[in-house]
Design a protein around this ligand. Structure first.
Ligand SMILES: [Zn+2]
Ligand SMILES: [Zn+2]
Length: 103
């Protein structure tokens, strides 16, 4: 299972909004989809943490992109409870700690 290879330039207006919400003020101009490879559905690129347990994400499809604030994925690894997933709640595909394990 590999990471989705899709990249997206962050539209300028959304970049500005994300920076306003970002504690660090640093948001990348382009983001890679953080999901594991998926044949259908929207792509999600991480922008920055917003506050405890939430983060802003760029969600995009072929013809549109939107800024969304999502809760962090609460699912942790049963083998290593300290390892938390870097994705958002109810994401599709694998958790990030599962990908690390398989490599
Ligand atoms: Zn994707
Ligand atoms: Zn997860």
């Amino acid at each position: 299972m590999t990471q989705c290879a899709h990249w997206r330039r962050v539209p300028l207006d959304l970049l500005r909004q994300a920076r306003e919400r970002s504690p660090s003020g640093h948001v990348d101009h382009a983001v890679q989809c953080q999901l594991s490879e998926h044949p259908t559905g929207d792509h999600y690129g991480f922008l920055d943490d917003v506050e405890y347990a939430t983060a802003s994400w760029l969600r995009w499809s072929d013809n549109e992109a939107a800024l969304v604030v999502l809760a962090d994925c609460p699912v942790t690894s049963t083998d290593a409870p300290g390892e938390s997933c870097c994705l958002f709640e109810k994401h599709g595909g694998r958790h990030t700690w599962e990908e690390e394990r398989s490599e």
